[in-house]
Every structure is written in structure tokens, then in C-alpha cells.
Design a protein around this ligand. Structure first.
Ligand code: SAJ
Length: 417
């Protein structure tokens, strides 16, 4: 049984790639949602019904909910019946999770509480992080307790997000969710809130298992991508086409190899496995090795491109894609972006034409270089000696391959086979 407390108003702390879509679907489900962000520009954009990043289907929901008065954004944490903390958890130099954003969110929530509130951590975090968030709040407000069903109860829970960038608005509604409460009552209350917008199964457990489950999902994917990336390195040396190799092996009924690429990017798969490794270093050798294999891949792609570039006095390279994966504008932890920057650094006499259909300005480190420019696809390929494919954006996939004649093509995504 869920504790008898209201769940009508929800404060969503952090309006990024996860927080804003979560706020939007909650508002769409009839909740009154107040989002909180530290960036004034994001707050202003959202209050004008705009979305500060590209995500299919999000802007129309945000615009509709803002117009109906169900969704608003502000800098200060509001009073609310429930809170969802959706802030970054980067890792520090030693790969340990940096919980300072979660702690800051908790300190912002603490003074607003009056008893009976649900506080959900959505941010991906190592085992123990939800308990830690609860401790920060209870230290600031010692008159409250995490014991359930009392007038001064607070309910702490973890509901790790699992949506895939590019499909967030579908997966937010359809995916099953893992919900881990500090107490069974907190999990029940969390379930009640999420049932308002989620059609997937809501699976209840304790907070530590939920934290670990999320890390496990991303580590599983990382290990499998590392296998594909390792195969691509072996196949290259053996003069075998890795794409054909994988396609053939995948005909086996119990083999399903993922795709190699220029490395693993994004803020999840390249980050989360480290939280397992740093928690249990001795026991997580496979997970750590997968990270090392995937992290080494950009350097190999860079060296391959550089060795081709060395054949020209002033090489022109079309760098196709600097986002971390297809059909998004997210450049965080993007291997293709770092490969591009390295090439620009090592080829001062060359020129790098970046083709990235989802952005209108280069990121600062590339913009600062004289030999890098943002170009359109046709123009870049027309001018290039070397075409380096690093992201499988749709416009690249559909490109007329006739126009590649005479170019050196390095295709890390197997687009043009
Ligand atoms: N990649 C490959 N080969 C593949 C698949 C992916 O090289 O076969 C690369 C991509 O190009 C990209 C990186 O891996 O650089 C990650 O891409 P992704 O599409 O696998 O995953 P993310 O980071 O966009 O989202 C993941 C998802 N987790 C899983 O699929 C287990 C998503 O469901 C999570 O919600 C998200 O992490 C997150 O926020 O944790």
C-alpha cells in the first residue's frame, strides 16, 4: 500500500536530456510540474515553450504543457509533493562518481520540505548514492525521518532512467522501469507517481539493487561494443572486412554481435561502468578491460586517418559527424569530436571540413582552430582528399556513393559497403 500523501505537484531538479522529458511527460499526465535548472537561458527557453537541445517529439509536448500552465521552469527549488533529481553524475580523475550535483540538489530540496514528500533520484549513480542523498537531506532537516507512515516521514527512492537519446519520448512512456526504495513504502509511492505516465512494467526492489541494475545495463552494452571494436582491430590486421564478418557470424541463432565504431561516446555507457569498477576494482576486470578497449579505439582511428593524410602536402579531410551517435546533436564525450580535434592539431597545413547536420556552430575547441570549418555534406566531400565517416547520421547513409569516386574513404561505421 502506498502511503497516503499527495503527489500532485512535482519539482524536477535538472532540466537536461532526462529531466526535461520527464517533466514534460509528468505534466502531460496531469501533474503540476515545476522544473529547476541552474542555467537562466534554459529556464527562459522552457518558459517560452522551447527546448534547448534536439530530441524528437519533445518540443511539442513542452510547448503544449507550458501553454496549459502545467509546466514551468525556475532557478529556485519550489515546494512540491514530490521531487525528481535528475542531475549529472560525472566521474572524477580516479573514476569515482562525483556526487556533488546530487548533494547540491538535496541541499536545495531540504529547506522546502514539510513532511510526507517523495524524493526520487533518477541520476545514474553508484550503489549507496540514494542513501547518501537521504542522509544529506536528513542531516539538514533532523526533524524528519525515512521511517514510513509518520507525520514527519520522507520517502526516498531510486528510479534510474533508461531512455535512449533519439527515442526518449517513446521510451519514457513504454520502457519498463526499475524502482528501488530506501523503504518498501517509498518504492510504492514512487510506483504511484510513475504509473501516471509510464505504460511499461514498474519493477520494485531496494535502492542499492536498482542503482546496480542501471550500471549493469550500461556495462553489458559497453562490454559487447568492446567485443565488436576488438574484432574490428583484429579484422583490420587480418585484412578481413569486419562488417561482413559480423554479418556472417550473426547468422548463428545464438550470436548477436554489436557494431564497431570510432569508440564509445555519450555520458552514460562511457561513464557508468567506471562506477562498478571503482566500487569493486578487484572483481570487475572484464568491465574495466572493455572500457580500456573502447577508450583506445579513437586513437586507432586517428592514426589511420593521419597515415592517409601523410600522403598529401596539405590534406583536406571531410570529418563526417562529431556527435556521439547517429541523428542527435549531443557532442558530450564524443569520440569523433576528439578525433577531429586531434587531426586538426596534427595537420596545421591541412584543412578539416566538419559535417554535422544537427549543429549550427562548432564547439569552442574546434571553432578556435584556423584549419577547421563547418561545411555541408556535398561541399565537404567535393573538396576532400579523405572522407572520414565517424557517425551514421541518416543523410550520410543515403549519400550518393558515385560522388565518392577518387576519394580515400575511412568508414568507421560501415555505412558505405
Ligand atoms: N555504439 C557502438 N556500437 C553499437 C552501439 C553503440 O559503437 O553497436 C556506440 C554509439 O555510437 C555511442 C555509444 O556506443 O557512441 C553509446 O550509444 P548507445 O546508443 O548504445 O547508448 P546511449 O549512451 O545513447 O544510451 C544508453 C542506453 N543504455 C543501453 O542501451 C543499455 C540507454 O537505454 C540509457 O538510458 C542511456 O545509456 C543512459 O542514460 O544511461
Amino acid at each position: 500500500m502506498s502511503p497516503d500523501v499527495p503527489l500532485d505537484t512535482v519539482g524536477v531538479i535538472g532540466l537536461g536530456y532526462i529531466g526535461l522529458p520527464t517533466a514534460a511527460v509528468l505534466a502531460q499526465a496531469g501533474k503540476t510540474v515545476i522544473g529547476v535548472d541552474i542555467k537562466q537561458a534554459n529556464v527562459d527557453a522552457i518558459n517560452a515553450g522551447k527546448v534547448p537541445f534536439v530530441e524528437e517529439g519533445l518540443e511539442s509536448v513542452v510547448a503544449g504543457c507550458v501553454a496549459q500552465g502545467r509546466l514551468s521552469a525556475q532557478l529556485e527549488t519550489p515546494e512540491a509533493d514530490a521531487y525528481i533529481v535528475s542531475v549529472p553524475t560525472p566521474f572524477k580523475d580516479d573514476h569515482e562518481a562525483d556526487l556533488s550535483y546530487i548533494e547540491a540538489a538535496a541541499r536545495g530540496i531540504a529547506p522546502k520540505l514539510s513532511g510526507g514528500e517523495l524524493i526520487v533520484l533518477e541520476s545514474t549513480a553508484p550503489p549507496g548514492a540514494t542513501e547518501h542523498m537521504a542522509e544529506v537531506i536528513l542531516e539538514a532537516r533532523p526533524e524528519f525521518t525515512s521511517e514510513p507512515n509518520l507525520p514527519n516521514s520522507l520517502y526516498f527512492s531510486h528510479a534510474p532512467e533508461r531512455v535512449l537519446p533519439g527515442r526518449i519520448m517513446i521510451e519514457m512512456i513504454e520502457n519498463d522501469r526499475i524502482i528501488g526504495g530506501i523503504t518498501a513504502e517509498a518504492a510504492e509511492l514512487n510506483r504511484e507517481l510513475y504509473a501516471s505516465f509510464c505504460r511499461g512494467e514498474l519493477l520494485l526492489t531496494d535502492a542499492r539493487t536498482a542503482e546496480m541494475a542501471k550500471l549493469t545495463e550500461n556495462a553489458f552494452r559497453d562490454v559487447n561494443i568492446a567485443f565488436a571494436n576488438e574484432l574490428s582491430i583484429i579484422a583490420d590486421k587480418q585484412e578481413i572486412d569486419v562488417w561482413e564478418l559480423i554479418e556472417l557470424a550473426n547468422h548463428h541463432p545464438r550470436v548477436n554481435i554489436l557494431h564497431p565504431g570510432p569508440g564509445v561516446g555519450g555520458h552514460c555507457i562511457a561513464v557508468d561502468p567506471w562506477f562498478i569498477v571503482s566500487a569493486e576494482r578487484e572483481s570487475s576486470k572484464l568491465i574495466a578491460t572493455a572500457r580500456a578497449v573502447n577508450d583506445a579505439k579513437p586513437q586507432l582511428v586517428f592514426e589511420k586517418a593521419l597515415s592517409q593524410a601523410d600522403r598529401f602536402k596539405s590534406p583536406t579531410i571531410a570529418a563526417l559527424g562529431i556527435a556521439f551517435k547517429a541523428n542527435i546533436d549531443d557532442l558530450r564525450e564524443s569520440p569523433s569530436r576528439s578525433i577531429t580535434n586531434e587531426l586538426a592539431h596534427r595537420l596545421p597545413g591541412g584543412s578539416i571540413l566538419v559535417v554535422e547536420p544537427n549543429i549550427s556552430e562548432l564547439p569552442a575547441e574546434l571553432d578556435a582552430r584556423d584549419n577547421v570549418e563547418l561545411a555541408d555534406l556535398d561541399d565537404a566531400i567535393g573538396r576532400a582528399d579523405i572522407v572520414l565517416v565517424m557517425v551514421d547520421h541518416d543523410p550520410f547513409k543515403n549519400y550518393d556513393q558515385e560522388k565518392l569516386q577518387g576519394k580515400i574513404v575511412i568508414d568507421t561505421k560501415g555505412l558505405w559497403r
